[in-house]
Design a protein around this ligand. Structure first.
Ligand code: ATP
Length: 504
């Protein structure tokens, strides 16, 4: 199976089986927006729950918050997002594609390329040399490109019952203004009520640093974690759910003593790599890449990316940045509230006297939740060749999701819809429901088709109620990956599944 085939098959499976749908599909869809269907939402929640468990519930040194998506606009001034959170945008003069310069195909300046006029298939072929910027249009390979211009990625909206455009109209009515003056007046009017949808969850952890530290009496080193939606007006939206304008993140800010950031950076890189691998089939699909000096964000003294081998190649899944004390310092400067920490046990290194007040350094493991859904779907998708009961060749499609992540943990299947078998199956399902384990009663179609359906959606265990059940109170439990079946007692079905999930 080729790489592009894998994505095509995944997209089709996701739609057919209720994992992911195009947003507003009946209206032709909205570019780069997706809805998570009944199975997709379970998979996404399971990944989020595992992250929360390992980052917050199983640790003494990390607590969680759930902050509002809309924040005071000064947050984005202090963080630098208003001034610098932008992408270099370029227009292709040949095919009219708009793209990000930093993501365009690279060539050495002067390399000769050929592209079709107007970007049309079979159009007249034009030969040209790659310019000084060293890239071409990702759509048609043309070198006929506009200059780069910076485009801020934050979604701006306004708060309050006053429409800023009314003030704008009042101000300009009857005046003859140049384009530049009009733009300035418009910006001024909009700015008074402007707020932004957060482009990352991280800033709330900095802004609430003191509240959290004091209410929880947290001692450094400690972390604040959060999961939630973020929004970026991304230009290049491609590759299914890899990059979308609305997405979810799982981020944690770990506050440490100055001078210890290097060792904590290594610690978190290691922790996070192990976490991703723990739920995957192919551990080689993940790698840690240290940023070159030239790649580092202005606030970071080191950064690792955890990359995954997507069908199109290695690409980012999580960033682990050593953010120095940049954010707390910036928020201290703009708000006037001192975001610092006092350690009574330590001597101040500057004076040698007991008690040290410092601005903590920060290590930030920042992962994409919606991107994680894509990663685990790619990792899980497999096709196995076999033969059916009639000796015909067939392909078994299996989503080998870790049982902890699988949307449904067990399917309970009466062999036939009579002879008291549905009643037994329903009572087993009801035990699962009571235990809070997602199970499904399924009596539609032949047993073979039901197994195939549950293989395709990643259900790890199929419990079949047959005629023997009514005689000896046993059922079969079928393992999704090996297809092996064994008989267990009805009374133990729930415990067996629980134990296997716990050990997965
Ligand atoms: P990229 O280089 O892919 O644009 P980034 O370096 O800007 O990502 P961060 O700001 O470090 O990303 O965000 C942390 C994580 O959030 C990323 O590793 C990714 O998993 C996720 N993420 C960021 N932007 C998006 C997006 N537009 N759609 C989906 N996930 C995203």
């Amino acid at each position: 199976m080729s790489d592009s085939e894998l994505i095509t098959k995944l997209v089709s499976l996701c739609k057919r089986r209720g994992f992911i749908f195009q947003s507003s599909e009946i209206y032709g869809g909205l570019k780069s927006a997706y809805d998570y269907g009944p199975l997709g939402v379970e998979l996404k929640r399971n990944i989020a729950a595992e992250w929360w468990r390992s980052m917050v519930l199983e640790r003494e040194d990390v607590v969680g918050i759930d902050a509002s998506i809309m924040m005071h606009p000064d947050v984005w001034k202090a963080s630098g997002h208003l001034a610098t959170f932008s992408d270099p945008l370029v227009d292709c003069m040949n095919c009219k594609e708009r793209f990000r310069a930093d993501k365009a195909p690279k060539f050495a300046p002067g390399t000769e390329v050929t592209y079709p006029k107007g970007g049309k298939k079979g159009g007249e072929q034009i030969k040209a040399k790659v310019g000084d910027k060293g890239y071409v249009c990702p759509n048609c390979s043309s070198t006929d490109l506009s200059d780069e211009r910076q485009f801020n990625l934050m979604f701006r909206t306004s708060i309050g019952p006053v429409d800023p455009l009314d003030a704008f109209v009042d101000q300009i009515q009857g005046k003859s203004l140049s384009k530049k003056e009009l733009r300035e007046k418009l910006d001024e009017a909009v700015r008074s009520t402007a707020i932004y949808l957060r482009p990352e969850t991280a800033q709330a952890m900095f802004v609430q640093f003191l509240n959290v530290q004091q209410t929880m009496s947290a001692k450094i080193p400690f972390g604040i974690a959060q999961q939630g939606k973020s929004f970026r007006n991304e230009i290049t939206t491609e590759k299914f759910i890899f990059r979308t304008c609305e997405f979810e993140q799982m981020e944690m800010e770990y506050f440490v003593e100055p001078g210890t950031q290097k060792e904590w950076h290594e610690y978190w890189a290691n922790e996070r790599m192990n976490w991703w691998k723990r739920f995957s089939n192919s551990k080689d699909g993940f790698r840690l890449r240290a940023h070159e000096k030239s790649e580092l964000a202005h606030y970071a003294d080191a950064t690792y990316d955890i990359e995954y081998q997507y069908p199109w190649g290695w690409d980012e899944l999580e960033g682990i940045a050593s953010r120095t004390n940049y954010d707390l310092t910036q928020h201290t400067n703009l708000s006037g509230v001192k975001l610092s920490y006092f350690d009574q046990q330590k001597n101040d290194p500057a004076t040698g006297k007991p008690g040290w007040r410092f601005t903590p350094y920060v290590i930030e493991p920042a992962a994409g939740l919606t991107r994680a859904v894509l990663v685990y779907l790619c990792d899980a998708y497999s096709e196995e060749k076999g033969v059916d009961a009639d000796g015909q060749e067939k392909v078994r499609t299996v989503l080998k999701l870790n049982p902890r992540l699988a949307p449904m943990k067990a399917a309970v299947l009466p062999l036939v819809k009579k002879d008291g078998l549905p009643e037994v199956a329903r009572s087993i399902v009801s035990d699962f429901f009571k235990a809070g384990i997602n199970a499904r009663y399924d009596e539609q179609q032949s047993i073979g088709k039901r197994y195939a359906r549950h293989d395709e959606i990643g259900t790890p265990y199929c419990i079949t109620v047959d005629h023997q059940t009514t005689q000896d109170q046993t059922v079969t439990i079928r393992d999704r990956d090996t297809t092996k079946q064994e008989r267990i007692s009805v009374a133990h079905a729930l415990e067996v599944v629980k134990k296997r999930i716990a050990e997965a």
